[in-house]
Ligand binder design. Structure first.
Ligand code: TYD
Length: 203
C-alpha cells in the first residue's frame, strides 16, 4: 500500500506521517517512511537548491521538484512497494500540483501529465490531506521561513484551494482530515483507524 500525506506548510502532516509509520511498525508491518523533497541524495540537493539556494525561475523550480520525484519513485518507492512494504511519503505529486501548477500559475499547460510521467504513473492508494486554515499555518511558521514559506499566506491559500480541487478529481484516494482545533493524538487516532480498516479490507 502506498500512502501519501499532503497539506499546506505547518499543517502537521510530517508529525502524522511519522506517527502512522510508528504505529504500523509496532503492528509488525514492514514500512518505508520517506519524504519529498529529500528522500534520496538527489532529493536533498534539490531541497537545498529550491528551498534555500539563490532565486530560480518558476519553471526551473517546477522541473527540479519533478526530477526529485522521478528519482524518488525509481530508486526508493517502487522497489519498496515491490518488496511488499507499506510506503508512506510525506508529500508527493499533489504537492507539485498545488504549489507549482496552482501556486506559480501554470494554467496554460498540462503540468499534471508531465508529473504523471515523472512518477512513472505510480499513484498513491490513499492520500491524507491534513487541512488547516492558512492563517493558522502562517502563524505557526513565523520565524522559520524557507523560500516557499516566505511566499506568504496568499500562496498557502492558493495551495489549499488547489488541494481541494484535487480532492474532487481523485475522490477514490483523497481523504480530507479536518485538523482545525484537533490535537495530534485525535488526528492520529482518526488516520490510523482509516488506514487499518483499508489494510484489513485488502487482506
Ligand atoms: P516540507 O518538507 O513539507 O516542509 P518542511 O521544511 O517543514 O519539512 O516541504 C518543503 C516545501 O517544499 C514546502 O513549502 C512545499 C514545497 N514543495 C513544493 O513546492 N513542491 C513539491 O513538489 C514538494 C514535494 C514540496
Amino acid at each position: 500500500m502506498f500512502i501519501t500525506f499532503e497539506g499546506i506548510d505547518a499543517s502537521g502532516k510530517s508529525t502524522q506521517a511519522t506517527l502512522l509509520a510508528k504505529e504500523l511498525e509496532e503492528r509488525e508491518f514492514d514500512v518505508l517512511l520517506t519524504k519529498e523533497p529529500g528522500g534520496t541524495e538527489l532529493g536533498k540537493t534539490v531541497r537545498n537548491l529550491v528551498l534555500h539556494g539563490e532565486k530560480i525561475s518558476p519553471r526551473t523550480e517546477a522541473l527540479l521538484f519533478l526530477a526529485d520525484k522521478a528519482e524518488h519513485v525509481d530508486s526508493l518507492i517502487l522497489p519498496a512497494l515491490k518488496e511488499g512494504k507499506i510506503v508512506i511519503s510525506d508529500r508527493y505529486l499533489d504537492s507539485s500540483i498545488a504549489y507549482q501548477a496552482a501556486g506559480r500559475h501554470f494554467v496554460d499547460f498540462d503540468y499534471e501529465s508531465l508529473g504523471n510521467w515523472a512518477i512513472d504513473n505510480v499513484q498513491p492508494d490513499v492520500t491524507f490531506f491534513i487541512d488547516i486554515d492558512p492563517s493558522v499555518s502562517f502563524a505557526r511558521m513565523l520565524g522559520k521561513h524557507d523560500k516557499l514559506e516566505n511566499e506568504g499566506v496568499g500562496f498557502q491559500r492558493i495551495a489549499r484551494y488547489a488541494y481541494l480541487e484535487i480532492a474532487k478529481k481523485h475522490r477514490n484516494r483523497f481523504i480530507i482530515i479536518d485538523a482545525n482545533g484537533k490535537s495530534v493524538d485525535e488526528l492520529h487516532a482518526e488516520i490510523s483507524e482509516i488506514t487499518l480498516k483499508k489494510l484489513g479490507d485488502r487482506k
